[in-house]
Design a protein around this ligand. Structure first.
Ligand SMILES: [Zn+2]
Length: 83
């Protein structure tokens, strides 16, 4: 679940990391570049294409098993009709 900190005003983006790392990058950027003030347009965003949970991109085990059962049923029906 990678996050980045983006400062619209500076057109700068932190490297992807945890939410905590993005918040650290925000604090450091505010202190170094903006004298501790919060610049307009800054935000912490989830990296596009990433999921909330690392395993979220995979098919669930139940879904996979249901798919295999459907394939086995289809094969059985096809064999019975083929005779
Ligand atoms: Zn900035």
């Amino acid at each position: 679940m990678p996050y980045v900190y983006r400062c619209h005003r500076c057109r700068a983006t932190s490297p992807p990391g945890t939410r905590h790392a993005a918040e650290d990058a925000r604090r450091e950027h505010r202190d170094v570049e903006h004298g501790g003030l919060a610049p307009d347009g800054e935000r912490i965003v989830r990296v596009p294409g990433s999921t909330r949970h690392p395993d979220g991109r995979y098919v669930s085990t139940g879904g996979l098993l249901a798919g295999l059962v459907l394939l086995a049923l289809a094969e059985t029906v096809a064999r019975l009709w083929g005779r």
